[in-house]
Design a protein around this ligand. Structure first.
Ligand code: 13P
Ligand code: ZN
Length: 269
């Protein structure tokens, strides 16, 4: 079967990275059933032939008007599709969409008519926000990391930067590789426009945000880097839990040690 990836090595590489990360999400136990979703902005890889490709579905509404997405293209995980399947067959479990000139609707153009993720309003609102800011970020990842989600079942960790402080203090690398910390978004209905709006607001200050009792949403230059930020945060949550299950409250790094990291790595916070 013909694929949009044929003879397009740069685009293939980006989609293959999504497939690789999808496999990691499954292996980590963060992607039960169809849990989680990934989108990447692939507009830079689009050539005239792609621009001429005919839609393979009816025009669909995004549910929001996103002016910076005019003429943009995205690879999106399909709704109800499994990460473990996407890992092996990315073009059967995801699709490429084109945003139409009204900036409020889209069509699927390749390879198959796989309806995009139910969290599309959040993903596309975030890409719209990133472009408006001139950000180099092209990937957004939503997943259900067990230990980080568990922390949101305790009110104290929902207060601003309380979880960030605990996670950063477990191991120096967390602050170095997730330098903006973990933003918190109080519970909203999955796939809602309210959730999308809260997500963009929180991404002004963080690269990774937590949807209370649901999962994280992360952005970065590519999908691998977005995954890495979630992975270092969840590693810290695991260290915290390991210490607690050994029967003690972990000391955490001191304020001086954290400040030293900030200076040594030239970190923003
Ligand atoms: P989709 O299968 O629609 O991507 O939904 C998964 C999910 O995690 C919703 O929050
Ligand atoms: Zn989810």
């Amino acid at each position: 079967m013909k694929s949009i990836l044929d003879n397009r090595p740069a685009l293939t590489e980006e989609v293959n990275k999504v497939a690789e990360v999808a496999g990691y999400l499954w292996q980590k136990g963060w992607a039960e059933r169809n849990g989680g979703n990934i989108t990447i902005n692939i507009t830079e890889f689009v050539d005239d032939e792609i621009r001429q490709m005919k839609p393979i579905c009816d025009v669909k509404s995004i549910g929001a008007v996103l002016p910076h997405l005019k003429g943009c293209y995205f690879y999106c995980k399909g709704t109800n599709k499994r990460m473990r399947d996407l890992a092996r067959w990315p073009m059967a479990n995801g699709s490429v969409i084109r945003i139409l000139d009204d900036c409020a609707s889209y069509v699927i153009i390749a390879d198959q008519s796989v309806a995009p993720t139910s969290e599309l309003p959040s993903h596309l609102s975030v890409h719209n926000y990133l472009i408006s800011r001139g950000s180099p970020y092209k990937a957004s990842v939503h997943t259900h990391p067990i230990e980080l989600v568990a922390m949101t079942h305790c009110k104290k960790y929902l207060e601003k930067d309380v979880a960030t402080r605990v996670l950063w203090s477990m191991i120096p690398e967390t602050k170095a590789f997730c330098p903006r910390g973990l933003g918190i978004i109080p519970y909203e209905l999955p796939s809602s426009v309210q959730l999308a709006e809260a997500t963009i607001k929180e991404l002004e200050d963080y690269d990774v945000v937590m949807w209370e009792k649901h999962g994280v949403f992360a952005v970065d230059c590519d999908v691998m880097q977005a995954f890495d930020q979630i992975d270092v945060l969840n590693k810290s949550a695991l260290i915290y839990i390991a210490a607690k299950s050994m029967g003690f409250e972990p000391d955490g790094m001191s304020d001086e040690q954290m400040e030293e990291m900030k200076v040594a790595f030239n970190l923003p916070k």
